[in-house]
Design a protein around this ligand. Structure first.
Ligand SMILES: Cc1cc2nc3c(=O)[nH]c(=O)nc-3n(C[C@H](O)[C@H](O)[C@H](O)COP(=O)(O)O)c2cc1C
Length: 201
């Protein structure tokens, strides 16, 4: 059984184009009895920004945490445990202001945790998560993939790489705000690529 964690992050709910890519992914997965899917919507999750009290709670041994520190540390503990319980993480990501939605950044801020998901060594950071792969389903109003302006993909790829998830693939639906023809072609191609990708899971 392959366990897949599907993380969605569009603020546009059912109208979100990255959520459309996520739905296509789910449709394909439903045809496979050997894949178990968990859906995590980080917008519905509504995580606040990471702050000093929460960061500090990670530094305190679990048995020595105050009640408030226990609650704060739980935000990271739960999300890390969820990630660890899956083999593949699929991130459905809209491009907002050349980056990822801040809700997804808040999720990454709980996943990247020194001593838990990576460690600092004299040769730099080393990821502690093994045997997982990641897939990005990107929805974008413009066309950026592979260009210097696409700072979103390298950011996400390096965040994942930092914790040890270096097997990374991406499917894009781009040019979604560039007219109906480009939009339809982009979505059709992305749907086909997702179907192929799920077949190979
Ligand atoms: C706040 C906001 C910022 C955006 N910034 C960009 C951008 O920098 N580059 C781009 O190509 N599209 C941008 N877009 C367009 C979105 O990438 C596009 O609408 C895409 O479908 C968003 O994914 P979603 O529909 O899943 O939310 C932006 C849209 C919004 C709402």
């Amino acid at each position: 059984m392959t366990r897949v964690l599907l993380v969605t992050s569009s603020i546009l709910g059912e109208h979100g184009q990255s959520n459309d890519l996520a739905r296509q992914f789910e449709r394909q997965v439903r045809q496979r009895s050997d894949i178990q899917l968990t859906h995590r919507d980080v917008v519905a999750d509504d995580l606040p920004h990471l702050t000093l009290p929460e960061l500090s709670s990670w530094q305190v041994a679990p048995e020595e945490r105050s009640e408030q520190q226990r609650d704060l540390a739980l935000r990271s503990d739960e999300r890390l445990d969820e990630l660890l319980a899956h083999d593949v993480v699929v991130l459905a990501v809209p491009m907002y202001n050349l980056g990822m939605p801040s809700q997804l950044k808040a999720w990454f801020d709980r996943i990247l945790r020194a001593g838990k998901s990576f460690k600092y060594t004299e040769n730099g950071p080393v990821g502690l998560i093994e045997g997982k792969r990641a897939i990005l389903l990107g929805a974008r109003g413009g066309q950026y993939a592979g260009s210097e302006l696409d700072t979103q993909t390298p950011h996400i790829r390096h965040l994942l790489g930092l914790i040890g998830i270096s097997e990374f693939e991406a499917v894009y639906a781009e040019g979604l705000n560039m007219g109906d023809e480009i939009k339809e072609a982009a979505l059709t191609q992305a749907h086909a690529e997702i179907a192929t990708l799920v077949e190979a899971l």
